[in-house]
Design a protein around this ligand. Structure first.
Ligand SMILES: [Mn+2]
Length: 478
């Protein structure tokens, strides 16, 4: 067993590794991450995850539900630390897995992967509490500076293979393909949505769905979501060029920036620094979609709000079929907005041990028909001037990827060590007692009885109070 495997085993047991090992790990991770571009290319199949926020036991539950590394490819969209009691173990485990299986796990940066934010929201204090000094926090922050800002998932299939347990299989006739499937942690299908092959629309969603998915405005989605060409009679003049083409999926922690109109412009950012208070890098990590037109001021004091028109234009220009992001608590674990053009994925169940929400991960499967090597958008500017847009009137035949959401609850209470009972390893103790006693937990653990969430989905612009801890800036609407 290598040192790395030993560290992984120790962290999986929720026991921190000694400071010198953290130093070594962070050094190796940095060497690896420095080679990655600002926007990492990831091939489907991949499972996309949202905020973790130090909820270690729920991260273990996530792996139980989604499959372990390296059997499942993962893409984590940031906010590994702060708020929860085990930011250290959560982040170091993910980092170990990254170093051990670099091609199997992708980590991108969230707004909490920052010196300033972690000193306010818990990770810094946790490191001091567990090591007696700030060295480990410092090593981790140096890694944060090297995390990619986004990822492009390529080669995702436009339709799903229905899950075995799906009672909706029988509904799937030859004219339809499965576009969305939602499963609970027991792997039972709780929602499906189909689209018609060859030009059908998602208005053809069967009506027997047992919804846990929020009602979606499907009335306006038909024109922009044509069926795949080449799957039967079709008048698609692009012929086989666009057959089954699924555009790329852009993954980013927060959202878009008024200063960035192409994926290529993300690539040009000098990312190896602390998250700035404004500018394109800040916006990617802080912005939120909202039901507005154009751009708006964000109540967070950093980043912007952006509307459906912004997403549609950006996705069209960059040949994207979906933007996946995290950053906002969603009671149902995920939320699609803007005709399915953007989705929020939230992976911290019962957030802060008291919010009562479920969590979700998003699985995109591989396009087997194309051997995973279809000519995909890589987001490079200029490609759109090519064959796909020979005719301005021509709608690009890009389909959204088939999306399987796995929804899960917080890990059972008995699998969690209470922070106070957590064994403290020898190597922490050197200066432990020289410090003041650890701060009492800010959150009542006893208060974790979950309310059953039956009401319609809410999205909280909270994360909950994640506001940049600065004097609020005033900004003009762009
Ligand atoms: Mn966030």
């Amino acid at each position: 067993m290598s040192d790395l495997d030993r560290a992984i085993a120790q962290l999986r047991a929720c026991r921190p590794i000694p400071e010198p090992e953290v130093r070594e790990l962070c050094y190796k991770a940095r060497e690896l991450l420095i080679e990655e571009g600002n926007v990492v290319s990831v091939d489907a199949p991949v499972t996309i995850c949202g905020d973790i926020h130090g909820q270690f036991h729920d991260l273990m539950e996530l792996f139980r539900v989604g499959g372990d590394v390296p059997d499942t490819n993962y893409l984590f969209m940031g906010d590994f630390v702060d708020r929860g009691f085990y930011s250290l173990e959560s982040f170091l485990l993910l980092l170990c897995l990254k170093v051990r299986y670099p091609d199997r796990i992708t980590l991108i940066r969230g707004n909490h992967e920052s010196r300033q934010i972690t000193t306010v929201y818990g990770f810094y204090d946790e490191c001091i509490r567990k090591y007696g000094n700030a060295n480990v926090w410092r090593y981790c922050c140096e890694v944060f500076d090297y995390l990619a800002l986004g990822a492009l998932v390529l080669g995702a299939s436009s339709e799903l293979e229905p899950s075995g347990s799906s009672q909706s299989n029988s509904l799937l006739n030859g004219d339809e393909e499965l576009e969305i499937e939602v499963l609970n942690a027991a792997r039972e299908v709780t929602y499906t949505s189909h689209r018609k092959r060859g030009g059908g629309s998602s208005q053809d969603i069967p009506s027997d769905i047992s919804d846990i998915l929020p009602p979606r405005d499907i009335s306006s989605s038909a024109p922009s979501r044509p069926g795949p060409a080449g799957t039967g009679a079709t008048s698609d003049s692009l012929g086989s060029l666009s057959s089954g083409t699924t555009g790329a999926v852009l993954c980013v922690h927060g959202g878009l920036s008024p200063l960035i109109d192409t994926v290529d412009k993300i690539r040009l950012i000098d990312r190896k620094q602390e998250v700035p208070h404004e500018g394109p890098m800040c916006d990617l990590l802080w912005s939120d979609p909202d039901e507005i037109e154009g751009w708006g001021l964000s109540p967070r004091g950093a980043g912007f709000l952006f509307g459906a028109d912004i997403v549609k234009h950006f996705s069209y220009k960059n040949d994207l079929s979906l933007i996946a992001r995290a950053h906002q608590l969603v009671m149902e674990g995920f939320k699609e907005m803007f005709d399915g053009g953007i989705v929020t994925v939230w992976s911290a169940p019962n957030y802060c041990y008291r919010c009562g929400n479920v969590a979700a991960i998003l699985e995109l499967s591989e396009d087997a028909g194309n051997g995973g090597t279809i000519a995909q958008s890589n987001g490079e500017y200029g490609r759109s001037a090519g064959t796909m847009l020979r005719n301005d009137q021509m709608e690009k035949q890009i389909l959204g990827p088939g999306r399987r959401y796995r929804v899960f609850d917080a890990a059972a209470q008995d699998t969690r060590g209470m922070p106070a009972k957590k064994p403290v390893a020898d190597y922490f103790l050197v200066r432990y007692f020289l410090l003041t006693l650890p701060k009492p937990p800010r959150i009542e653990l006893g208060n974790s009885i979950k309310k059953k969430t039956t009401s319609k989905l809410t999205i909280r612009n909270s994360d909950t109070t994640s506001q940049i801890p600065l004097k609020k800036k005033t900004r003009t609407t762009l």
